[in-house]
Design a protein around this ligand. Structure first.
Ligand SMILES: [Zn+2]
Ligand SMILES: [Zn+2]
Length: 169
């Protein structure tokens, strides 16, 4: 992907697409429910689905940092579209049964939530605070001052005191 305009074009066409669910049921969140696509200015999430404003958004700071990792951005759009369909058709606003079913039907195979510290292929936007892992030395970005100690998710999926991140001065 070259730039944000390309990403926007892809995302808009995905939002405007008709998805086939089971038993021949079809849904088009743009036509049926008025959803649109936009970029968001937030940094703490890759994407969001606003069911009240009928908006699928992708974080612009994340997008500009990860244009080379096209599949992650496209996956994020699909993740959010699944939220819109699950909410509008089945009243499920979270990552529950309906959302999982919709994901399967529209071809989303990613995670419930994205873990920045467990995926080394993405580049998070620069945070207000940077913390380093004492073992792998990876820098973790924080957008708010962490209230508790975090240990490195790249080195261990569970909390380890020996892997507690240290503020980079
Ligand atoms: Zn989600
Ligand atoms: Zn580490």
């Amino acid at each position: 992907m070259e730039d944000l305009i390309d990403l926007k074009e892809i995302a808009v066409s995905m939002v405007n697409k008709t998805y086939e669910l089971s038993n021949g049921v079809e849904v088009n969140i743009a036509e049926d429910y008025g959803y649109t696509f936009a970029f968001g200015g937030y940094k703490r999430a890759l994407g969001k689905c606003d069911m009240y404003q009928k908006k699928i958004t992708i974080s612009k700071p994340w997008a500009v940092n990860n244009l080379q990792e096209e599949h992650i951005l496209i996956d994020t759009v699909l993740h959010e579209i699944a939220h819109a369909i699950a909410y509008e058709m089945y009243g499920d606003g979270g990552h529950g049964k309906a959302w999982k079913m919709v994901c399967r039907l529209i071809g989303y195979t990613g995670e419930r939530t994205f873990k920045q510290d467990r995926d080394s292929t993405v580049t998070p936007p620069k945070g207000k605070y940077q913390y380093a892992c004492p073992s792998c030395e990876r820098i973790h970005q924080f957008y708010r001052k962490p209230k508790r100690a975090h240990s490195c998710g790249m080195c261990s999926p569970t909390f380890k005191p020996s892997l507690v991140l240290k503020l980079v001065e």
